[in-house]
Design a protein around this ligand. Structure first.
Ligand code: KG4
Ligand code: ZN
Length: 349
C-alpha cells in the first residue's frame, strides 16, 4: 500500500486452465515482474488438459511462483497493496487454487482482493505494451475456450458482437493437431507444420462467411479436415499440407469476420488477444487487412496472448483502483459472460 492507502503494487494470479501465472504490476510504473509455469508435459501425455491434474499442479507450482515474482520485483508481501486472481471462466478446480491462495494472501497481508474475468484479462493485455490502443475498439478474443468479437467501449463496457456456435477456434486447432498426430498444444504445432505445407493442395471451407452476421462455427471445419485425412499412416508432406489448409481456412474466417465487425461498428481500432492471437499468420493477415482500410490492429506480445499472470494483475489493478473488492468469502465461475461485468467508472482509473 502506498501513502494514504493508495494501491501501488498488485499481485496477479492466473490458474484458469493449464498455465500457472503470477505477476507484480506497479500502477505507477508498469509491470515489475511476471512468471509462468507450464503444465504442457503432464497434459501432453493425455492429448489434452486433464482438469484434476491441472488443479493439483497449480497447488504445487503457484506458491513458489508467487515467491519468484515478489523476489524479481524486489518487494515483499508487505509492499503489495492488492491482489487480483482469475475467478472465471475456466476449470473450477484450477480456478479455486488461485482464488483460495489469492484470497488467503489478501487476508494475511490485510489488503483488498478482486476476482478477475479471464477474458477481460486477455482483452486488456495489449494495454501492457508500449503503444496501447485507446477506447473504443473491436476485440477479437481467440483462445482454447472462446471465439468472441466484442465492441469495447471502456473497461467493463462490453457489447458482444458475435461468438462461436460450437467449437472455439483454439479448440479446432487442438483437435486438428490431435487428428494429425501433432500432439498438444495444437495451435503452435499446426502453425509449425503448416510452414512446410503446400497451400494449393487443398482448400478448406471458410465457415459462415457466406452469410451475414458475426458468429462463428468451427466444428464443420474440423469434420471437413477429418474427412480429408487419407486412410493409413500419414506422410510428413500430407500432414503439412492439411495443417496448412486448416490454418488458411481458420485464419481467413477470422479475418473476414474482423473486417465485417470493423465495418459494422465503424471502429478504427482492432485488438486481438487470447492464445490463437499468438499465431503469426493471423497477426500478419490482420495487419494487412486493417492497413488496407486505414485501420490499426493492436496485439499483446505473443507471450501475453496465451495465459499469463500479467494481464490478470493489470485488469485487477483497474478494478481495485475503482474501489472494487471481494468480501472474505470467495467463489469462482466456470461459466461467466463478459457482458455481465460491471463498467469501471471512467475517471476513476
Ligand atoms: O488463451 P489461451 O492460452 O488459453 C485459454 O484461455 O484457452 O489459449 C490457448 C489456445 C490453445 O487452443 C492453443 O492451441 C492456441 O491457443 N494457440 C495457438 C497458438 N498458440 C496457442 N493457436 C494457433 N497458433 C498459435 N501459435
Ligand atoms: Zn486464456
Amino acid at each position: 500500500m502506498g501513502p494514504r492507502g493508495i494501491i501501488v503494487l498488485v499481485l496477479g494470479i492466473e490458474t484458469s486452465c493449464d498455465d500457472t501465472g503470477a505477476a507484480v504490476y506497479d500502477i505507477a510504473h508498469g509491470l515489475r515482474s511476471h512468471a509462468l509455469a507450464s503444465q504442457v508435459e503432464i497434459h501432453a501425455l493425455y492429448g489434452g488438459v486433464v482438469p484434476e491434474l491441472a488443479a493439483r499442479d497449480h497447488v504445487r507450482l503457484l506458491m513458489p511462483l508467487v515467491h519468484q515474482v515478489l523476489k524479481e520485483a524486489q518487494v515483499t508481501g508487505s509492499d503489495i497493496g492488492g491482489i487480483a486472481y482469475t475467478a472465471g471462466p475456466g476449470l473450477s478446480g484450477a480456478l479455486l487454487v488461485g482464488a483460495a491462495l489469492g484470497r488467503s494472501l489478501a487476508w494475511a497481508w490485510q489488503v483488498p482482493a478482486v476476482g478477475v474475468h479471464h477474458m477481460e484479462g486477455h482483452l486488456l493485455a495489449p494495454m501492457l505494451e508500449d503503444e496501447p490502443p485507446a477506447f473504443p475498439f473491436v476485440a477479437l478474443l481467440v483462445s482454447g475456450g472462446h471465439t468472441l468479437l466484442v465492441d469495447v467501449l471502456g473497461v467493463g463496457r462490453y457489447r458482444l458482437l458475435g461468438g462461436t456456435l460450437d467449437d472455439a477456434v483454439g479448440e479446432a486447432f487442438d483437435k486438428t493437431a490431435k487428428l494429425l498426430g501433432l500432439g498438444y498444444p495444437g495451435g503452435p504445432a499446426i502453425a509449425a507444420a503448416a510452414r512446410d505445407g503446400d497451400s494449393n493442395r487443398w482448400r478448406f471451407p471458410r465457415p459462415m462467411t457466406d452469410r451475414p452476421g458475426l458468429d462463428f462455427s468451427f466444428s464443420g471445419l474440423k469434420t471437413y479436415t477429418r474427412n480429408t485425412v487419407p486412410p493409413g499412416p500419414l506422410d510428413e508432406q500430407t500432414v503439412a499440407d492439411i495443417a496448412c489448409a486448416f490454418q488458411d481456412a481458420a485464419v481467413d474466417t477470422l479475418v473476414i469476420k474482423c473486417r465485417r465487425a470493423l465495418e459494422q461498428t465503424g471502429r478504427c481500432r482492432l485488438v486481438v488477444a487470447g492464445g490463437v492471437g499468438a499465431n503469426t499468420q493471423l497477426r500478419e493477415r490482420l495487419k494487412t487487412m486493417t492497413a488496407s482500410c486505414g485501420k490499426t490492429v493492436f496485439y499483446p506480445r505473443p507471450g501475453f496472448c496465451t495465459d499469463n499472470g500479467a494481464m490478470i494483475a493489470y485488469a485487477g489493478s483497474l478494478r481495485l483502483q475503482a474501489g472494487e473488492h471481494e468480501g472474505l468469502d470467495f467463489s469462482v465461475r466456470a461459466r461467466w459472460s463478459l457482458a455481465d461485468l460491471s463498467p469501471v467508472q471512467q475517471g476513476r482509473v
